[in-house]
Write a protein that binds this ligand. Sequence first.
Ligand SMILES: O=P(O)(O)OC[C@H]1O[C@H](OP(=O)(O)OP(=O)(O)O)[C@H](O)[C@@H]1O
Ligand SMILES: Nc1nc2[nH]cnc2c(=O)[nH]1
Length: 183
Amino acid sequence: MLERLIESLEAAPMVRRGEYNYFIHPITDGVPLLDPALLRDVACAMVTVMDLHGVDKIVTAEAMGIHIGTALSLMTDIPLNILRKRSYSLPGEIAVHQSTGYSTGQLYLNGIEKGDRVVVIDDVISTGGTLKAVLAALENAGAEIADVCVVIQRGEPELGRAYTPLVTIDVDADGVRVIDTCR
Ligand SMILES: O=P(O)(O)OC[C@H]1O[C@H](OP(=O)(O)OP(=O)(O)O)[C@H](O)[C@@H]1O
Ligand SMILES: Nc1nc2[nH]cnc2c(=O)[nH]1
């Protein structure tokens, strides 16, 4: 099920973002074009590995969790909650400071109620800065985090809790090497 993902990752072009070797891939960038079969492979694998029992909401972050979260939501009928990069100034909105290997920014969490059972998904984890901040905000909002799943784990980031990557990669200036898969 993950052959298409593995092959396309190992063919991914690289660019520099400051000191950071950044790979470009349809799942993580939407560039140059996202093959529906690849998106389906990823969504089916996530449904297979995640604990979705009694889950009220799928939570993801703008921008590159949205297509994956949408596919999962359509497959499972579980509503999708998106942390947005813009504030809506709604009552109870939680601002989340996000930091990655090449950027900093703000995300805004709305629509989580105390006691919500959620799964958190994203395209990639690298430093873990984004997911750590998202998980802290969800805990702050009183959510119960049932599971965390990412398509790609880059390096060995610690989240302070278990999470499941579909694939684990090594990256250098020459490209991506897949070193592990979830099966
Ligand atoms: O583990 P980290 O070092 O935090 O990196 C992972 C984050 O980086 C990317 O988001 P980015 O902020 O580039 O925004 P995008 O989704 O809009 O591309 C990606 O979608 C993850 O959310
Ligand atoms: N596309 C892409 N997204 C990322 N998010 C964190 N690191 C990366 C990367 O190297 N490539």
